[in-house]
Unconditional design. Structure first.
Ligand code: XIL
Length: 323
């Protein structure tokens, strides 16, 4: 069984993975990445972010983003754009520019419409993370569900979200617009705050098509109620996607941890499987060799369904069993 094949047979639109430009030189890696029965969708992990696409104001560079877009196209894979507005990986001209509100608003409009417009008309581009939010250490939500401050919120309050969504919609009306977030995978203050944000966007007539739930999880520590939380979002009239799934552990990996990880992957997939509005799942790279986890969470890793030598782990079977 291969993951995209199983996902599609189970009614999902795709099973996909993040990838990144440097690893595309590894032919053993691309041999697996390029198999559209395994991965029906790609997300660029870095090369469509603001620092990569507009390193200087008004100067756009799409070489690396295009490399992944073109790879997806030639592989027959969907592409998820990632992302237009996020507090991380911003060029310093944005964070240190001290722009007034109208100027920053126009900077966001230019950025989102140029990036989304660049990929317009490529049938591979069906869904884009327009606003990517990370609640644990920055905006828009603090742990108590209140808005945190960053350059966008400080200058524009929550209007920057609407600005970004509207710019993307104008640039490519057929693209599905997503807000991508974590800490909303389970019921709690952040999930409630995000649901309130969706309600207020919708009542203001702003288009919002979907919510990306990142799903960076820890082995043995999955929260409960995953499906009912997804259903609460679906009930607001948005689709849901799992956009960045990985399940990390404190190293060293053991057989017991791998078994728990298998069960945890299965639980996450089953939750999506039980909610028809959960359209697909993306893992945040498929191999431990190129996972972002060890570089970000000291002492942790082994979060992906394939190990660093590209061998399948029990987690792979957990994914298949979850559909
Ligand atoms: C990560 C990338 O994988 C890393 O290579 C980079 O150094 C930092 O960003 N949530 C997101 C992703 O929305 O963009 C992040 O990707 C992981 C957390």
């Amino acid at each position: 069984a291969k993951l995209n094949t199983v996902a599609k047979m189970s009614g999902k639109k795709y099973f996909g993975t993040a990838t990144d430009n440097p690893e595309l030189d590894d032919t053993a890696y691309t041999a697996i990445l390029n198999d559209n029965r395994q991965f029906g969708q790609l997300t660029p992990a870095n090369s469509m972010k603001w620092d990569a696409t507009e390193p200087a104001r008004g100067t756009f560079t799409f070489t690396e983003g295009d490399q992944i877009a073109n790879l997806a196209k030639s592989n027959g894979q969907l592409l998820r754009g990632h992302n237009c507005v996020w507090h991380n990986q911003l060029p310093s001209w944005v964070t240190s520019g001290n722009f007034d509100a109208p100027t920053l608003q126009s900077i966001i409009t230019t950025h989102c419409s140029t990036v989304v417009g660049h990929y317009k008309g490529q049938p591979i581009t069906t869904r884009v993370n327009i606003v990517s939010l990370m609640s644990h250490h920055a905006e828009p939500f603090n742990d108590d569900g209140t808005f945190q401050t960053d350059v966008f919120f400080e200058t524009l309050n929550t209007s920057y979200i609407t600005t970004a969504l509207n710019a993307a919609k104008a640039a490519d009306p057929s693209t599905k617009l997503y807000i991508n977030e974590f800490n909303i995978e389970f019921e709690g203050t952040d999930s409630t705050a995000m649901q309130n944000l969706i309600k207020s966007l919708k009542s203001a007539g702003t288009q919002i098509d979907g919510i990306g739930m990142q799903f960076h999880m820890i082995v043995g520590e999955l929260p409960g109620g995953l499906a009912s939380n997804m259903q609460a979002f679906a009930s607001l009239g948005v689709e849901v996607a799992i956009t960045e799934l990985d399940i990390r552990m404190t190293l060293p990996a053991t057989a017991a941890l791998y078994e728990q990880q298998k069960a945890d992957y299965q639980t996450v997939i089953s939750a999506c499987q039980s909610v028809s509005e959960c359209i697909g799942i993306t893992i945040w790279d498929w191999t431990d060799e190129f996972s972002w986890i060890p570089g970000t969470f000291a002492g942790q890793g082994a979060a992906c369904p394939w190990d660093a030598t590209f061998l399948r782990k029990p987690a792979f079977d957990g994914i298949v069993a979850g559909f």
